[in-house]
Design a binder for this molecule. Structure first.
Ligand code: HAM
Length: 414
C-alpha cells in the first residue's frame, strides 16, 4: 500500500484543513437558509448521455474531460463533471415542478474533470451550487447573483469582480452564428483542428479555445451581445436594474460565453485577482431550454474559494475543542479515567484519556498537544479520597473537585 499514491489532481483533506472545510460548508448552509433554499443531493455518477445532451457534444467537458466507465451491465456512466444537468434530471424525474415556483435548490458536491492539474484546477473539485427552477424572471437572475455575492461578502472576501453578459436565446444565436461563421471562415487557416471541427458543430464553442493563435482570432470576433433580440435586450437591462437596486456592482463583459452549451440570456462570472491563472471563483447563468418555465443557477469552486480566502487571510483558526484530559496512573487509575471520560461524553462534554500506556508526564504533554482546556490525573490517592485536582491548562489555576461530581464542574457546558 505504501507506494500507491492518490490520483493526480485530487486532495486528501484532514485535520485543521477539514475543519476549515466544515466552516465553509456551515456558512453555505447558513446562507442557503437566508435565501430559503432547499438542499439537493444527486448521485456521484449519471448516465453519460445526460451530460452529452445538456452540457453539449462540442464542449471541452464532454470532448476531453469526462471520467466515463461501463458497468457490469454494459451501461455507460460518467462521474459527474458538473451538477446542473443532474439537478435538472432530479427536478424532472421527481416532478418537482409541483412545488411552489420557483423551486430553489443548493448543493455541495464533488465533481470530476480530467483537466491538466495546476493551482486552482483539479481533477476532483467541489462546488457550492444553486439552481432556481420555474421562473424566467430577471428578478430571479438578480436574486441568484445576490446569493453568490452575499455568501462571499459574509466570508470577508475582497478584490472580486462580477462580470455579466447576455448571450441571447436560440433565435439570437442563429443570427449570431451567421456573423461568427462568416468571420471565422475568413480566419480558418489560423484555427486549431478542434476549432475547425467546432465551427461546424457549434461555432460559439470556438470562443472558449485556450490555444494562443485561436485566442488572437477570437479577440476580434463578433460577440453575442451585439446580436440580441429586443426581448433579450430588455431582459438583460432588467437584470442590470435589479442588481443596481440591490447595490451589487457589476461590469458588462461581452467576452463571457461560458463553456457549457445549456446557457441562454444572462451569463456571469465572479472573478478574483488572487487566483493566478484561474480567475473564476464561480459562474453560471440562465438555462431556459432545459427546464419548462425557465431556470438559472451558478456553481462556485470551493477549493478556489479557500485559496482566495487564505491569500486574503480571512480564514478562521479553528482549534480542536477538548474540554478535559483525564489521565490515569496505574491500571486502576487508567480504568477510572476511561470511565470518567465516557461519563463526560455522555453529558455532552468533550473528554480524552490516554490510550497508549504513556507515563503520567507523557500523558500531560499529550494533553497539552491536544489543546485540552483542563486536565486531571487519577491515581491511587485520588481513588482512595474520591477527590482530584483539576487544572485549567491556560491559566494554570487548580481546584480540588469530587471525582463523582466532575460533570457538575462543567455544568451548563454542552
Ligand atoms: P463551471 O464554470 O464549469 O460551471 O464551474 C463552476 C466553478 O467550479 C468554476 O468557476 C470553478 O470555480 C469551479 N471549477 C470548475 N472546474 C474546476 C476544476 N477543474 N478545478 C477546480 N475548480 C473548478 C458549472 O459547472 C455549472 N454547472 C455552473 C452552473 C450551475 N450553471 C448553472 N447552474
Amino acid at each position: 500500500m505504501t507506494n500507491i499514491t492518490k490520483p493526480k489532481g485530487t486532495a486528501d483533506i484532514f485535520g485543521a484543513n477539514a475543519a476549515l472545510w466544515r466552516y465553509i460548508e456551515s456558512e453555505i448552509h447558513k446562507t442557503a437558509a437566508l435565501f430559503g433554499l432547499e438542499e439537493m443531493r444527486t448521485p456521484m455518477f449519471e448516465n453519460v448521455e445526460l451530460f452529452v445532451r445538456s452540457v453539449g457534444e462540442a464542449t471541452d467537458i464532454v470532448q476531453k474531460e469526462m471520467y466515463t466507465f461501463t458497468d457490469q451491465g454494459g451501461r455507460t456512466y460518467a462521474l459527474k463533471p458538473e451538477s446542473t444537468a443532474p439537478a435538472v434530471r432530479a427536478y424532472t424525474e421527481n416532478s418537482l415542478h409541483t412545488l411552489p415556483a420557483p423551486a430553489k435548490f443548493y448543493y455541495i458536491a464533488p465533481h470530476f474533470r480530467a483537466e491538466r492539474p495546476q493551482k486552482g484546477r483539479y481533477r476532483q473539485h467541489h462546488q457550492f451550487g444553486v439552481e432556481f427552477f420555474g421562473t424566467p424572471s430577471a428578478a430571479a437572475d438578480a436574486e441568484l447573483i445576490s446569493t453568490f455575492h452575499l455568501f462571499i461578502t459574509r466570508l470577508g472576501m475582497e478584490n472580486f469582480a462580477l462580470h455579466i453578459n447576455s448571450i441571447g436565446d436560440a433565435d439570437c444565436r442563429k443570427r449570431f452564428n451567421v456573423a461568427l461563421l462568416s468571420y471565422l471562415s475568413e480566419q480558418i487557416d489560423g484555427l486549431c483542428p478542434l476549432c475547425r471541427e467546432r465551427m461546424n458543430k457549434n461555432p460559439m464553442r470556438v470562443l472558449d479555445c485556450k490555444n494562443s493563435t485561436c485566442q488572437e482570432i477570437i479577440k476580434d470576433a463578433p460577440v453575442p451581445l451585439n446580436h440580441l433580440s429586443k426581448e433579450c435586450e430588455e431582459h438583460f437591462e432588467q437584470v442590470q436594474e435589479y442588481l443596481t437596486n440591490l447595490g451589487i456592482p457589476y461590469t458588462v463583459d461581452k467576452g463571457i460565453v461560458r463553456g457549457l452549451d445549456y446557457y441562454n440570456r444572462t451569463v456571469f462570472e465572479f472573478l478574483s485577482t488572487d487566483l493566478g491563472a484561474q480567475s473564476a471563483i464561480g459562474g453560471g447563468g440562465r438555462y431556459d431550454t432545459l427546464v419548462n418555465g425557465g431556470a438559472v443557477g451558478f456553481g462556485m469552486g470551493i477549493e478556489r474559494l479557500i485559496l482566495i480566502l487564505e491569500a486574503q487571510d480571512k480564514l478562521p483558526h479553528i482549534p480542536r475543542d477538548i474540554a478535559v484530559f483525564v489521565g490515569g496512573m496505574g491500571d486502576a487509575g487508567a480504568a477510572k479515567a476511561a470511565q470518567i471520560v465516557y461519563k463526560l461524553r455522555k453529558s455532552g462534554i468533550s473528554a480524552i484519556s490516554d490510550l497508549c500506556d504513556r507515563s503520567v508526564k507523557a500523558q500531560l504533554k499529550y494533553a497539552d498537544k491536544l489543546n485540552a482546556a483542563h486536565s486531571l490525573v487519577i491515581g491511587d490517592t485520588e481513588l482512595e479520597s474520591g477527590h482530584a485536582i483539576i487544572k485549567n491548562m491556560q491559566s494554570g489555576e487548580t481546584k480540588e473537585i469530587e471525582i463523582d461530581k466532575i460533570v457538575e464542574f462543567f455544568g451548563g457546558r454542552i
